[in-house]
Design a protein around this ligand. Structure first.
Ligand code: DOR
Length: 425
């Protein structure tokens, strides 16, 4: 079957251009002039809309196997499609942990059978995420993992991290670090500062994140390994990444939509949906992260989609599980935070959510090009909408953006030429 996406503004590697996209056999068969006629194609009208490469998320939690009451591959990938994502990488903090080929194979099989977007598992760096014995990274890579990470937990022992990096380098596998010194976090509930004092909540110093970013960047420089820094949330964290990139270390970094928009004053009211790890920081951090995205220090935006059950969140603030259900608000939050106020063009933002992540983990997609996979997201850049988490396809309704008005929304998502999401259908 052929599909012709007509009259849209195509987000191409060399700029935004008016045109049509012909999809056939799961591939982009041709890029044509606007209003082209193709006999037997189904027409999708994209007038006034952006036709973007499908969004790619390097950091999510699909919770399956083991935590299906929070999310499944079926619900998580449908939420991802609604958020415009065509590929998602899923972290290893499942039950059992994805620290061996059997679990990776299970995730891939489930994704094929029950998922609607491409799923790329990330394997654990240490067995059971315990920070001790290294995983069989070669075997994990053969079974399909695209990176290794103990995300959700930091590898406490610096020498163990050095060994993780050294071993992963043999396979050219990126190591994703969850930068958090647990001694410095000290069971804190929110960012340490004015608001933690006012609200009487125990604070988490930014040093908890920054010391591990510094340690791991230094170890990456030492070992020559590929290090990807997860969820950078502080100005200082971005500065350290910038410094080590300048030294030529193989370091890449992500931040998330929530660190680009929400701040620690949102915790006023003790809404547990604002509880996330690392915690929401300050306006100065947001400003610095935007600058770091713009100058290339932060390579991409990932969601850290972390769905939780109501019962895990609906607790006293400090006891609530950390995490934000992020797939379905990512584009709107980023558009509202970055494009609407003029910090970036839509094209620049989309490159941070498409071509950049594809390149970092060598994933297919990320560009609209003849012969490439037909992973495409159609976006209405001017649509204003109000987040209603009760309408989320994710099982996790935990979002601090509920009730917020956003600009920019996903209209349709195609994976391999298949329509996996259409607004209002
Ligand atoms: O807030 C978070 N939630 N941060 C993480 O690093 C892990 C995640 C989770 O798995 O819930």
């Amino acid at each position: 079957m052929k599909i012709l996406i007509q009259n849209g503004s195509l987000v191409l590697p060399d700029g935004v251009k008016k045109g049509d996209v012909l999809i056939e056999g799961g591939k982009i068969a041709a890029l044509l002039d606007s209003g082209s006629k193709v006999g037997d194609a189904e027409i999708v009208d994209a007038k006034g809309l952006l036709v973007s490469p499908g969004l790619i998320d390097l950091h999510s939690h699909l919770r399956e196997p083991g935590f299906e009451y929070k999310e499944t591959i079926a619900t998580g990938t449908r939420a991802a499609a609604k958020g415009g994502f065509t590929s998602v990488c899923c972290m290893a903090n499942t039950k059992p942990v994805n620290d061996n080929a059997a679990v990776t194979e299970l995730i891939k099989l489930k994704a094929k059978r029950e998922g609607v977007v491409r799923v790329y598992p990330i394997g654990a760096a240490t067995k059971g995420l315990k920070g001790e014995e290294l995983t069989e990274m070669g075997e994990l890579q053969e079974s399909g993992v695209v990176a290794v990470s103990d995300d959700g937990r930091s590898i406490v022992d610096a020498n163990r991290m050095r060994l993780v990096l050294t071993y992963a380098a043999h396979f050219n596998l990126p190591v994703v670090t969850h930068p958090e010194d647990l001694n410095l976090t000290n069971n804190g509930a929110m960012n340490e500062g004015y608001w933690s004092t006012v609200l009487g909540l125990s604070g988490i110093t930014r040093a908890a994140e920054e010391t591990i970013i510094a340690r791991d960047c230094h170890l990456a420089a030492l070992t020559g390994a590929r290090l990807h820094v997860a969820h950078v949330s502080t100005a200082g964290g971005a500065d350290i990444v910038r410094l080590y990139k300048a030294k030529g270390a193989k370091i890449t970094a992500e931040t998330t939509p929530h660190y680009l928009y929400a701040t620690d004053d949102w915790v006023d009211g003790y809404d547990p949906s604002t509880r996330v790890n690392p915690p929401l920081r300050t306006k100065d951090d947001v400003t610095a992260l935007i600058a770091a995205l713009k100058d290339g220090t932060i390579d991409c935006i990932a969601t850290d989609h972390a769905p939780h059950h109501f019962d895990d969140k609906n607790l006293e603030y400090a006891l609530a599980s950390t995490g934000i259900s992020g797939f379905e608000t990512a584009l709107g939050v980023c558009w509202t935070a970055l494009v609407a106020p003029g910090h970036m063009t839509g094209e620049q933002l989309l490159s941070k959510m498409t071509s950049a992540p594809a390149e970092l983990f060598s994933l297919p997609g990320g560009v609209i090009a003849e012969g490439g996979v037909a992973d495409i997201t159609i976006i209405d850049p001017s649509e204003e909408w109000v987040v209603d988490s009760s309408l989320f396809l994710s099982k996790g309704k935990n979002t601090p953006f509920n009730g917020k008005k956003l600009t920019g929304n996903v209209v349709r998502t195609f994976v391999g030429g298949e329509r996996v999401y259409e607004r209002g259908v």
